[in-house]
Design a binder for this molecule. Structure first.
Ligand SMILES: [Mn+2]
Length: 417
C-alpha cells in the first residue's frame, strides 16, 4: 500500500507543470465552471470564486464598484508578492502570447457623456474585453492564452482596484501564464496623486484602512519585474531602453523590491523613457516631456537590438490614438490598451498577439462609449493587422516586416500617459 502512495505522489509531482497551465484549467472548465486549479483555495479564500466575480461583466459593467473584504485583499497581496519575488527581473515567456499596454482609463467622462458613472466602468471593461477576446468559444479567454501586461494598471480610471485584483488573482492561479510588469504609475509618488489613492479613500470610509490597503498594494508594486523577454526575441517593458542597458544580465541583476526608483537608474529608465520621435537618429537625450529619464533615438535602439539579439522592443507608456505606433522601422512598437482614454480623440485600444511562429498581429478595439452609431455588441468587433509575414521562430534572424500588410491609417497621435 505505501508503495502505491509513493508511486502516485511521484506521478503527481511529474504532472505538476501540466496542472499549472491554462489548458488543464480549461479542460476542467468544461466540466465544472472554473474548477480545477491546484491553488484554488488560499488561506481559506476561494481564489477562483474571487476571480469569477471580476470576470462576470455584468458585475463590473453595472457601474458599481466591487465591495472588497480587507483581509482578502491583504492575503492576495501577500501571496502574489511571494510569487513575484520568486521571478527574475527579466521574466521569459514562450509563444503564443498577448502583450497588453496601459490600462488606466480617462477621468473626464462627465463632460462628454453627461453621466460620469457610464465612463467609470470602462477601465475594468477594457481588461475584460482583452481577456475574453482570446476565448476559444467555450472557455473564457483568460484561461486559453498567456498574457504579458506592461504596467500602468492604476490611476486615472475609477476601477484601479478591480484591475489590480483581477490581475493578481490570475497571477496566483497561473503564475507561469501571466506576466505583470511594472509601469511608472506603480509607484507611490505617482499613484498617490493621479487617482489610485483617492479611489482607496472613496472605497474605504476609514482613512487608516484606506492607507493600509494602499500601502500594501504598493508593496506588491515594488516587487513587479520591469521587463519580459518573449521567445528570446521580443523585449518588453513599460517605457523603454536606457543608457545603462548593456546586456540582458543588467536587467536580471536588478534586485527587487525597489521602493524608490532613484536607487536604480536602469529600472527608472525602463519605466519612464520614450522613443525620440522628434530627434530620431541619435543615441539618448534628456526627456523634456517627462522632466526625467531619457529619449532613445534610432542609433540607441539599433545598438540594443543588435547587442541583445532582439527582433523588436514592445513598450507602452504613451497615449497613441490608434492603440499602436511604430518607430525605427518597427523595431520599437508602442501599444496603448485603454480605449476611449481621450474623450476628444476617442482612441482605439490595442494589444499585440504573437503567434506560435513569432508573427505579430495588432488587435485593436473600440468601445461604443462615446458613439451612438455602434452598439455595445460591436465592442468586440476587433480590427486586426498582421505585422510580419516571416517567422523568426522558424528562421533565426530572419525577421522581415512586410509593409503591405499594415493598415495605412496607423499614423498615430501620441502624448505622454
Ligand atoms: Mn506610463
Amino acid at each position: 500500500m505505501p508503495y502505491i502512495y509513493t508511486l502516485l505522489s511521484i506521478i503527481l509531482i511529474r504532472l505538476r507543470p501540466i496542472f499549472n497551465s491554462p489548458y488543464y484549467f480549461s479542460f476542467f472548465h468544461r466540466i465544472l465552471p472554473m474548477a480545477g486549479s491546484p491553488d484554488r483555495l488560499m488561506d481559506g479564500i476561494d481564489i477562483e470564486a474571487f476571480l469569477r466575480q471580476h470576470l462576470n461583466e455584468e458585475n463590473t459593467a453595472n457601474l458599481k464598484r466591487i465591495e472588497y473584504d480587507v483581509p482578502t485583499i491583504m492575503a492576495i497581496c501577500g501571496r502574489v508578492k511571494e510569487i513575484l519575488l520568486s521571478e527574475p527581473s527579466l521574466v521569459e515567456f514562450g509563444v503564443p502570447i498577448v502583450i497588453v499596454g496601459d490600462l488606466h482609463g480617462q477621468v473626464d467622462y462627465g463632460s462628454s457623456v453627461g453621466q460620469i458613472t457610464d465612463g467609470s466602468a470602462c477601465q475594468i471593461r477594457d481588461l475584460l474585453r482583452i481577456l475574453d477576446r482570446f476565448s476559444d468559444g467555450k472557455t473564457h479567454g483568460c484561461l486559453c492564452m498567456r498574457f504579458v501586461f506592461l504596467g500602468d494598471y492604476v490611476d486615472r480610471g475609477f476601477h484601479s482596484l478591480e484591475v489590480v485584483m483581477t490581475l493578481f488573482a490570475l497571477k496566483i492561479l497561473f503564475p507561469n501564464c501571466y506576466g505583470l510588469l511594472r509601469g511608472n504609475h506603480e509607484t507611490r509618488s505617482l499613484n498617490r496623486i493621479y487617482g489610485f489613492y483617492q479611489e482607496m479613500k472613496e472605497r474605504f470610509q476609514d482613512l487608516d484602512t484606506a492607507e493600509e490597503v494602499y500601502l500594501r498594494i504598493n508593496d506588491v508594486f515594488d516587487c513587479l519585474p520591469p521587463s519580459a523577454l518573449i521567445g528570446g526575441k521580443i523585449l518588453c517593458m513599460h517605457g523603454g531602453i536606457s543608457p545603462h542597458l548593456k546586456s540582458l544580465d543588467d536587467i536580471r541583476a536588478i534586485a527587487r523590491p525597489v521602493g524608490d526608483l532613484t536607487n536604480c537608474a536602469l529600472l527608472a529608465d525602463m519605466l519612464w523613457s520614450d522613443p525620440a520621435a522628434n530627434h530620431p537618429n541619435g543615441l539618448f537625450c534628456p526627456n523634456t516631456t517627462r522632466s526625467q529619464s531619457v529619449y532613445y533615438g534610432q542609433e540607441a535602439v539599433d545598438n540594443v537590438i543588435q547587442k541583445l539579439g532582439l527582433s523588436c522592443i514592445v513598450r507602452a507608456h504613451q497615449f497613441v490614438s490608434c492603440g499602436t505606433a511604430f518607430y525605427n522601422d518597427r523595431k520599437v512598437i508602442s501599444i496603448f490598451s485603454a480605449n476611449s482614454y481621450n474623450a476628444d480623440i476617442r482612441n482605439h485600444g490595442a494589444c499585440l498577439y504573437v503567434d506560435d511562429k513569432g508573427r505579430i498581429t495588432i488587435k485593436s478595439f473600440f468601445t461604443s462609449l462615446f458613439s451612438d452609431t455602434i452598439s455595445r455588441d460591436e465592442d468586440l468587433a476587433l480590427h486586426e493587422v498582421q505585422l510580419n509575414d516571416d517567422s523568426w521562430m522558424s528562421q533565426a534572424g530572419g525577421e522581415k516586416n512586410n509593409d503591405d500588410t499594415v493598415d495605412p491609417n496607423h499614423n498615430s497621435t501620441e502624448t505622454s500617459a
